[in-house]
Write a protein that binds this ligand. Structure first.
Ligand code: MLT
Length: 407
């Protein structure tokens, strides 16, 4: 008789953004006259840049002609895209990463969930708290996290690294030694960053204890300050301890197009096993690659025209971030993030829990955000707003929040 993977049964509730989606849909159905502004999930709203649209059109035309038609993509992704990534995201920043260490995929969410498969199930993971829920949930599915403790909303076998106002929303080196360390900077959900020298301490630590860092750099395009690293490979020794995840969703608006990549350096070994070979085996066996037309669109992200257009798009969202940050500050909220990241992290007013504030904001201002506790226990009492809305909706949402009374 078939048996289910009962690790799935341990997962409490549904995926955070599915829960929010259901609540918002129910509210919308009950209040059809209300204009709801969605600043919850970090989904982009601006159209694809013209350089990308043009690359997509040309690639579609190629697919219409037998002479230029393409079938399955190469295992690691097309060389034209991997070369552009290696040149622009790494060599231009002085990082030693080759095109053959880059694995093109359909997005960083999938990679951040799948990467744990190449590690033993008895590895101990360390995560920031709060944290992007995919890292923890996929380790639960794999049976790596022990039992769920409802009172503390934590897993018995996970090392939590609290990121609170006291630590400037950055993690301290953990007291217990982990095997896998998940880091994401600029951070989702808090919008905090890490300096290069602080990240170097993590790299040194991981090399010292034999841990692997899974570094999620999905939001690097939003870095505006000097001294904030765009890649973990800006740190010495990262080639022997770090895997890096990248997305095209946030820097180029590909949330609906789907494209990302993962870097596994050839020097990265666990014992005498090179992780590059394991990830290549997994990629080749379970995956047939992002579509040709999408990889051509990805290549256009690195064209001169594409870069200039995307810089403007990032600036557009960061203008929203600034509006949210300053607007909420003026209204008396305690806020952070929003300078090197498209997320603003605010303290809920009047000691409301994160979910109480979610309901309050939805009902009173018809604005959707994300409850901090959905990202982990240290997120309780906090709330995340995204800067990915349109400017007009962002302004209207903040004006509505400012006009609320009683908080
Ligand atoms: C978020 O809102 O945290 C992200 O958009 C979710 C994602 O990128 O998968």
């Amino acid at each position: 008789m078939a048996k289910v993977n009962d690790n799935y049964l341990k997962l409490p509730g549904s995926y955070l953004f599915s829960t929010i989606g259901k609540k918002v849909n129910a509210f919308a159905a009950a209040n059809p006259d209300k204009k709801i502004i969605r600043l919850g999930i970090g989904d982009v709203t601006q159209p694809l840049a013209p350089a990308i649209i043009s690359a997509l059109h040309s690639a579609v035309d190629e697919m219409a002609d037998a002479a230029t038609f393409r079938g399955y993509a190469p295992d690691l992704g097309y060389e034209f895209l991997r070369n552009a990534i290696a040149e622009n995201d790494y060599r231009a920043r002085g990082c030693d990463i080759g095109a053959d260490e880059i694995f093109v995929s359909d997005g960083a969410k999938c990679d951040s969930g799948n990467i744990q498969e190449i590690f033993s199930t008895d590895n101990k993971i360390a995560v920031c708290d709060p944290v992007y829920p995919v890292y923890v949930d996929t380790n639960v599915m794999a049976g790596r996290t022990g039992t769920y403790q409802a009172e503390t909303e934590t897993w018995s076998d996970v090392i939590y690294m609290p990121c609170t106002a006291e630590t400037d929303f950055a993690p301290e080196l953990p007291g217990k030694t982990p095997d896998l360390i998940y880091l994401c900077f600029p951070n989702n959900p808090t919008g905090s960053t890490i300096t290069r020298s602080r990240l170097q301490e993590w790299v040194d630590y991981a090399n010292r204890v034999g841990a692997v860092i899974i570094y999620d750099a999905a939001y690097e395009a939003y870095i505006s300050q000097e001294g904030v690293p765009h890649s973990i490979y800006e740190c010495q020794g990262a080639r022997t301890c770090a895997i890096e995840l990248h997305s095209f969703s946030k820097n180029a608006g590909f949330t609906g197009v789907r494209l990302g990549y993962t870097v596994v350096p050839k020097d990265l070994k666990v014992g005498d096993v090179a992780l590059h070979g394991l990830w290549a085996r997994r990629h080749g066996t379970k995956y047939n690659g992002a579509p040709y037309i999408v990889q051509r669109a990805g290549e256009a992200v690195y064209s001169e025209e594409g870069k200039a257009q995307l810089q403007k798009q990032v600036a557009y969202y960061m203008n929203n971030a600034n509006y949210i940050l300053e607007g909420l500050k003026a209204a008396g909220y305690t806020v952070s993030g929003g300078v090197n990241a498209p997320y603003i992290w605010l303290k809920t007013p009047g000691n409301m829990t994160s979910w109480e504030f979610f309901d309050y904001l939805l009902e009173q201002a018809n604005v959707v955000g994300t409850p901090g506790s959905g990202f982990g226990p240290s997120g309780e009492g906090y709330f995340r707003l995204t800067a990915f809305g349109s400017y007009e909706n962002t302004v209207e949402a903040i004006d509505r929040i400012r006009n609320l009374s009683g908080c």
